[in-house]
Design a protein around this ligand. Structure first.
Ligand code: PXP
Length: 258
């Protein structure tokens, strides 16, 4: 199973100050050294984290394949068809959302043309879908070879049950009862398992991702039929904490040397 590292979150930190660091490109080299298989980034319409310049420089220098997530948007299609990442993953996008919510609307009037535009440029197209047999059938009908199963619902349920982070329940409008949440979690894992198997049987390449962390990934990585997981937030969040001692030490050293 391949690991795609989503580096948007590094750019989010940079954009908090609108300066030059941290540079997502630096992370790409570390990822390569660690055996990461591909880099995922999301060029959003509002450019809230990754900018066009990032995509350009990462594509120019990165020693890894780039999977560009993007919305169905003519301007973005034009940019990416020029820059040519190896894969584009079409995702829904809403301005006000914190992160991608829900899978793609597979009846979107511009979806088929967008898929064709990327295919004509020689770029692989993946659709980010909610896990269901109906969505797999539709993906096949649309002529794509790759789907990415949205693990967000599963991740939200997992985190609500096991992290003790109470604000989840209210924000996500989840029921109070843990027994109900357990059933919902079981069902969402089953949906992922069945979609992965069925997708593979249908000849689709099945990827998955969104919201996975070090605990929940264990359940998803076990599922048969999934060939790639795209993970960002949990890894970057962990890096900030586990890298803090070295970062503090380097600053103390710089102060001593002055
Ligand atoms: N896959 C897709 C299609 C996404 O939109 C995202 C979030 O940008 C991810 C994977 C990674 O999600 P996370 O940062 O929660 O690991």
């Amino acid at each position: 199973m391949r690991l795609g590292l989503n580096i948007d979150h590094i750019a989010t930190l940079r954009e908090a100050r609108k300066i030059h660091e941290p540079d997502p490109l630096e992370a790409v080299f570390i990822a390569k050294n660690m055996g990461v298989d591909l880099i995922t980034l999301h060029l959003r319409e509002d450019r809230r984290h990754i900018h066009e310049d990032d995509v350009k420089s990462i594509l120019k220098h990165a020693p890894l394949p780039i999977n560009a997530e993007c919305a169905i948007d003519p301007e973005i299609t034009q940019i990416l068809c020029t820059l040519k990442p190896f894969k584009v993953t079409l995702v829904p996008e809403r301005r006000a959302e914190i992160t991608t919510e829900g899978g793609l609307n597979l009846q979107h009037p511009k979806l088929q043309d967008t898929i064709k535009a990327y295919a004509d440029c020689g770029i692989e197209v993946a659709l980010f879908i909610d896990p269901s047999l109906e969505n797999l059938d539709r993906a096949l009908e649309l002529g794509v070879k790759i789907v990415e199963l949205h693990t967000g619902k599963f991740s939200n349920l997992f985190n609500t049950l096991y992290t003790g982070f109470k604000r989840h329940k209210n924000r996500l409008n989840f029921p109070e009862s843990n027994a109900t949440l357990q059933n919902m979690l079981k069902q969402s894992l089953e949906e992922l398992a069945q979609s992965a198997l069925k997708g593979q049987e249908m000849g689709l390449e099945v990827c998955a991702g969104h919201g996975l962390n070090y605990a929940s990934v264990r359940l998803v990585a076990k599922l048969k039929g999934i060939s790639e997981l795209n993970i960002g937030h949990a890894i970057i969040a962990r890096a900030v904490i586990v890298g803090l001692d070295r970062a503090i030490g380097a600053m103390q050293e710089a102060m001593r040397a002055s």
